[in-house]
Design a protein around this ligand. Structure first.
Ligand code: CP
Length: 329
């Protein structure tokens, strides 16, 4: 296999060049790195919409190792590779279908799949698993497709593109981030992403038990972003450019009883809530799956982008990212 990554221990910053690099955290990014991805999105969109053959990933094989369930991230990465002329080696639920089931270690599993492919896209329930995989894989880049409640950087790339598409900028935005702030990896990455641009403010709305951990709060507050915690929908400011809703992450709770107690206190977006607290130019986002987050009656509201551009941008943004990391260009 062609090796594109230099053997190393550290995760490198992107610093203007994606070629062969791991992507495990938004902390690797600068604003210009995101702009570089965004610049490729329209071309990726044309490839999809015109069903245009592409050889950008010709000869490349990408392993998709998903230790947790996924619809969007798995589906969009699989489609992205194929749309760009590459091939995938797909293993969903390795604990059941691979030699992990026989006791093979995580590290050995990564070594095996790096021998067979040019990149590994990894989803795993353990925070830090992607970073660990990136350290183990000596020759191919690892892309974090969500590691426990830690980060989900490619989700943030598509979320920021969705905001950029709507507002033409990523600075001077006010956003409402709601739901499971304790466990939502999408929110942990999104706050990091928004902090790369000046004058952004996020309002954090969650049940008391699902506030951002005090450790994460301290880390993120030291970034270039204003964070304001609120605990009632009545405190939602009317000038938010976007609302970003997240589900309560059932799989992160020790017991169903504990989950049931918290979920009754969660906030659900309804048409009445949109009417009362949302302005006419905002957008409503959700990384999905939508479980107790948004009333389906809101779907027809033109401000609701979660089933429209947000999903499609996931495909285009991941195509752009793969082209930059692995492409011939
Ligand atoms: N947004 C997201 O990560 O969805 P999936 O879990 O379906 O990939």
């Amino acid at each position: 296999m062609l090796s594109v990554k230099q053997a190393r221990q550290d995760i490198l910053p992107i610093h203007g060049s994606f070629a062969g690099k791991d992507v495990v955290s938004l902390d690797q990014f600068e604003a210009r790195d995101l702009q570089k991805i965004f610049a490729l999105v329209p071309e990726m969109r044309r490839i999809v919409e015109q069903s245009r053959p592409s050889d950008i990933l010709a000869g490349r094989i990408v392993s998709l190792l998903f230790f947790e369930p996924s619809s969007r991230t798995f589906g969009s990465f699989a489609t992205a590779v194929k749309r760009l002329g590459g091939q995938t080696l797909e293993v969903q639920n390795p604990e059941a279908v691979s030699s992990v089931n026989k006791g093979e270690t995580f590290e050995d599993t990564i070594r095996v799949f790096e021998a067979y492919s040019n990149a590994i896209v990894l989803r795993h329930p353990q925070p830090g698993a992607a970073r660990q995989a990136a350290r183990v894989a000596q020759f191919v880049p690892v892309i974090n497709a969500g590691d426990g409640n830690n980060e989900h950087p490619t989700q943030t790339i598509l979320d920021l593109y969705t905001l950029y598409e709507k507002f033409g900028r990523l600075d001077n935005l006010n956003g409402l981030l709601a739901g499971d702030l304790l466990n939502s990896r999408t929110l942990h990455s999104l706050i990091r992403g928004l902090s790369l641009f000046p004058n952004n403010t996020v309002y954090l709305l969650s049940p008391e038990k699902l506030r951002l951990s005090r450790e994460d709060y301290a880390v993120l507050q030291s970034r270039n972003i204003r964070m304001i915690e609120i605990f009632s929908e009545k405190d939602i400011p009317g000038d938010c450019h976007f609302w970003y809703w997240t589900r309560i992450q059932r799989e992160r709770f020790a017991s169903l009883e504990e989950y049931d107690q918290v979920v009754t206190k969660s906030f659900i977006v309804t048409p009445a809530m949109m009417e009362r607290y949302a302005n006419k130019d905002m957008i409503l986002m959700d990384p999905l799956p939508r479980v107790g987050t948004i009333d389906p009656a809101v779907d027809s509201d033109e401000r609701a982008v979660y089933l429209r551009s947000q999903i499609r941008n996931g495909l285009y943004a991941r195509m752009a990212l793969l082209a930059l990391i692995l492409g011939q260009a």
